[in-house]
Design a protein around this ligand. Structure first.
Ligand SMILES: Cc1cc2nc3c(=O)[nH]c(=O)nc-3n(C[C@H](O)[C@H](O)[C@H](O)COP(=O)(O)OP(=O)(O)OC[C@H]3O[C@@H](n4cnc5c(N)ncnc54)[C@H](O)[C@@H]3O)c2cc1C
Length: 385
């Protein structure tokens, strides 16, 4: 195996592997390094696999639209089954203030030709018949969003990347990025040094775990989030359902039913649980189960098989950080993916590749980069985090 590459990607996760594939396809010799022993073992495998374009800012909408295209056509393009399902996303509203927020968001989303609409109570019940009807005001539904298996998808991207010639080094920890003649020259790990002129930091919640000659500090705020899966039952749930109501211990919950019949679910704790702890807790299940059953009472009879915990690599404003770092030419940051790195990863990978290839960027790409710039002020929180 060579020790010299055009590009080294740190992290074989939701962002790193699709990025490496896109880079290789553009002709860059590419190495991916990960401290874990196989791809997708960081936050990727904890993600439940929701993929949507219906965000609240233009950057995520555009990246989400491209990712949706890649995920939904993966099987016909490359042959691997990633269990893609175009089931849509439903955001039911039970409170006037949520109805207002969702309806205002439509005004932002519509100019991007997103297929999303406000449904009356009756119309929403046609889509999700088991929703609790009491106080239901209606909700938004975006039928072209969907979900897939994060485990199958990371394997599929990895297999494809390997087949196309991307090199991978697992169980190897990056310790330092080196500089020579004023720019990136190499990546040093606990096992060796790899020369390269470009480094993509796709290190997720651990993106600040190595040293580099730059003044820039990624405002990374890792948070623990838990998820779970039930036993399989007959199909009754089409879309991903997101309940945005906040209570004293959690903000939102979201869940969907996979093809094989299991319900996969997740909850956002409030206040957030800071840190990198991936050990699941006994608090999670009663909390999330209570909320899910209140929303869809028929879930009460379904047994839970397993829970797990993973990390959201959060930023202060709930949006990723993407761009070159000015005082260290050749160093590119693709971090702080928050709760959406899986669904944005393939779109981000292609954008990084256009930048690495020094292609002329479209107005849309430039707008994405401005919104997700490492040098923004991080003050405006995202509405649908
Ligand atoms: C419970 C839960 C549910 C979620 N559900 C969804 C969802 O439905 N949809 C969605 O889009 N997102 C979801 N997410 C969020 C998603 O998992 C993350 O945003 C995404 O995985 C981050 O991608 P990443 O590539 O930045 O990080 P990762 O996938 O974690 O990859 C980063 C990799 O970098 C490696 N690395 C870091 N530092 C070093 C180093 N020094 N040396 C070597 N290797 C290093 C790590 O080992 C890791 O493998 C969920 C997250 C959780 C916890």
């Amino acid at each position: 195996m060579s020790n010299t590459y055009d590009v080294a990607v740190i992290g074989a996760g939701s962002v790193g592997v699709p990025t490496a594939l896109a880079l290789k396809r553009k002709g860059f010799s590419t190495l991916v390094i990960d401290k874990f022993s196989s791809p997708g073992q960081g936050s990727n495998k904890a993600a439940i696999g929701g993929v949507r374009a219906t965000h609240s800012d233009p950057a995520k909408i555009r990246l989400g639209l491209r990712s949706l295209e890649i995920f939904s056509t993966w099987k016909e393009t490359y042959g691997h089954d990633i269990e893609w399902t175009t089931g849509g996303y439903a955001f039911p509203a039970y409170e006037e203030k949520d109805k207002d927020v969702f309806q205002k968001l439509l005004e932002i989303q519509r100019p991007y030709n997103l297929n999303i609409d406000w449904l009356s109570k009756r119309e929403l019940l046609d889509v999700v018949p088991d929703l609790n009807r009491r106080d239901l005001l209606g909700g938004t539904f975006s039928p072209e969003d969907g979900h897939c298996s994060t485990l199958l998808a990371s394997r599929a991207f990895y297999d494809q990347a390997k087949q196309e010639g991307v090199q991978f080094r697992f169980s190897e920890r990056v310790e330092e990025i080196k500089k020579e003649n004023g720019r990136v020259s190499a990546v040093k790990t606990d096992k060796g040094t790899y020369r390269c002129s470009t480094v993509i930091n796709a290190g997720g919640a651990w993106a600040d775990s190595f040293s580099l000659p730059s003044e820039y500090r990624l405002p990374l705020l890792p948070e623990s989030h838990e998820a779970g899966i039930t036993e399989p039952v007959g199909h009754f749930l089409g879309p991903m359902v997101v309940d945005m109501r906040r209570n004293s211990r959690s903000s939102n919950i979201y869940f969907f039913q996979i093809e094989a019949g299991q319900i996969v679910f997740c909850l956002t704790p409030d206040p957030p649980v800071s840190g990198l702890d991936r050990r699941e807790t006994s608090d999670f299940l009663p909390l999330v189960a209570g909320r899910m059953i209140a929303l869809i009472p028929s879930l009460a009879s379904i047994r839970v098989r397993r829970t797990w915990r993973g990390i959201y690599p959060m930023t202060p404003d709930g949006s990723p950080v993407i761009g070159w770092i000015e005082d260290f030419p050749g160093y590119f940051l693709a971090g702080g993916m928050c709760g959406q790195g899986f669904m944005l990863g393939p779109g981000i990978g292609e954008l990084i590749t256009r930048m690495a290839a020094e292609e002329e960027l479209s107005r849309e790409d430039r707008e994405i980069l401005k919104i997700l710039s490492p040098y923004r002020d991080f003050k405006k929180p995202e509405v649908l985090e």
